[in-house]
Design a protein. Structure first.
Length: 99
């Protein structure tokens, strides 16, 4: 289950009248290595936590994604980077899915 799908699922549990607040760290850069580095820093405290690992597994990630410093795939899914418009597009996906 990818992130916008997960937001839709979470919204269905909460119903339309409750707030679904989402933290979406991002990095305003066009340099992929800078974006990945910032993303790894943002996710580093979550990587060893079993509750997060279970949720990531439900979204199609596996242990190779959260072991070590985190896979590029996991980091890019949770910490968008790029120009203002590409980051805003990620935010719009979350909002459209119910965040």
């Amino acid at each position: 289950m990818q992130l916008p799908v997960y937001m839709t699922f979470a919204r269905s549990i909460l119903g339309p009248d409750k707030a679904l607040t989402v933290v979406l760290p991002c990095c305003l850069t066009n340099d992929r290595e800078v974006g990945l580095s910032a993303g790894r820093a943002a996710l580093s405290i979550y990587l060893p936590l079993p509750a997060y690992q279970r949720q990531w597994a439900k979204q199609g990630f596996d242990e190779s994604d959260w072991s070590g410093k985190g896979s590029d795939r996991l980091v890019e899914a949770y910490v968008p980077w790029g120009d203002v418009e590409s980051i805003a597009a990620h935010m719009r996906e979350y909002l459209a899915a119910g965040a």
